[in-house]
Design a protein around this ligand. Structure first.
Ligand SMILES: [Zn+2]
Length: 83
């Protein structure tokens, strides 16, 4: 969704965000948006273009973006990579 490439489902991660609750990663009810699982640039592009908000049909706060970014890609820092 962020980069618009066609990727096999195994390389994608689903983000769902029903109105009134936080953003969640993984299968769930309601609308979902697909991002490349291993590409922070894809995520950033989706945020920058408001594609994520459009796909989920809801506003997304900056702190939600931060949390989602940490959930999706934050584990990289735990593997010893500098931020
Ligand atoms: Zn992508």
């Amino acid at each position: 969704m962020g980069c618009r490439r066609i990727a096999p489902p195994a390389e994608l991660v689903r983000v769902a965000g029903p109105a009134g609750s936080g953003l969640a990663v993984g299968p769930g009810p309601g609308r979902g948006a697909w991002l490349c699982a291993d590409a922070p640039a894809c995520f950033e592009a989706a945020i920058r273009r408001h594609a994520l908000a459009r796909a989920l049909r809801r506003g997304i706060q900056a702190d939600e973006v931060d949390r989602l970014r940490a959930t999706l890609y934050g584990r990289r820092t735990a593997e010893g990579r500098p931020r």
